[in-house]
Ligand binder design. Structure first.
Ligand code: DX5
Ligand code: ZN
Length: 239
């Protein structure tokens, strides 16, 4: 199947990536169809190994089954101690984009190369307690930086507002080196804080609870998140 890495999208476009962690896992196919019907731009898949974070979610066979229900790009967030061991299985299962943690046990530059060799775009992410400066060695090589705005491991947590400053900092670091990498924000995003996240420079918006458990329905929830397009920094929305 043809891959659709993030490099196919411009970073002046606000993309909504609903996290299936908030889905009914026994109805995954229907939930994916509903997200596509609601005009989500991609699907965020949280992969946890029970070691890097204290929770376990999906493996490659489930991702491969999900692939049959939607053509949307799969935005895979690896929360694994050893991401290098799982890049290929997830890419083969249908990932289009793969993000891994700077805190994991691997050679980050080698993992980025591995991801690119699989035809996927590569992202790096960091926990709320890790400083932005930890990303400096790999910043020039990634297609996306994911700012975690909650402690990774569980959906439905409260957004940490201090992560807005970290988002602006990463935005400035990327522009300084001439990178047009996307910035994604993940954790506790709602209609109340999405505009602040976009204004800080995040153009890829992950939302689990706020989409799949929205009282107004998935379609209205995705449309409302897309409204934050107007809040993206001017320099980007004009270019
Ligand atoms: C947490 C995950 C998030 C989470 C977001 O480890 O990375 O993707 O599912 O869920 P909400 O939007 O409910 O915080
Ligand atoms: Zn995630």
């Amino acid at each position: 199947m043809q891959k659709h890495p993030l490099s196919e999208f411009k970073n002046n476009r606000l993309l909504v990536s609903p996290s299936v962690l908030a889905c009914d896992f026994a109805r995954l196919g229907a939930e994916l169809e509903a997200a596509e019907e609601a005009e989500a731009d991609m699907i965020h898949l949280d992969i946890m190994d029970g070691h890097f974070v204290p929770n376990i979610t999906l493996g490659p066979p489930i991702v491969a089954s999900m692939r049959k229900y939607t053509g949307l790009p799969f935005d895979v967030h690896l929360m694994l101690v050893h991401p290098d061991r799982y890049v290929e299985p997830f890419a083969k299962a249908g990932a289009d984009h793969i993000t891994f943690h700077i805190e994991s046990e691997c050679d980050p530059a080698a993992v980025i190369r591995q991801i690119h060799e699989q035809g996927c775009s590569a992202g790096i992410t960091l926990k709320p307690g890790t400083p932005a400066s930890a990303l400096e060695p790999v910043l020039a090589d990634v297609d996306m930086v994911l700012v975690m705005s909650v402690e990774p491991g569980f959906g439905g947590q409260k957004f940490q507002p201090e992560m807005l400053r970290k988002t602006s900092e990463i935005y400035a670091m990327l522009r300084r080196i001439g990178s047009r990498a996307h910035i994604e924000i993940d954790g506790g995003i709602t209609h109340d804080n999405v505009r602040d996240a976009a204004a800080a420079g995040a153009n890829v918006i992950v939302a689990g609870t706020a989409v799949f458990r929205a009282s107004e329905g998935i379609r209205a929830a995705v449309a409302e998140l897309h409204e934050a397009q107007k809040s993206l920094p001017k320099t980007d929305s004009e270019s």
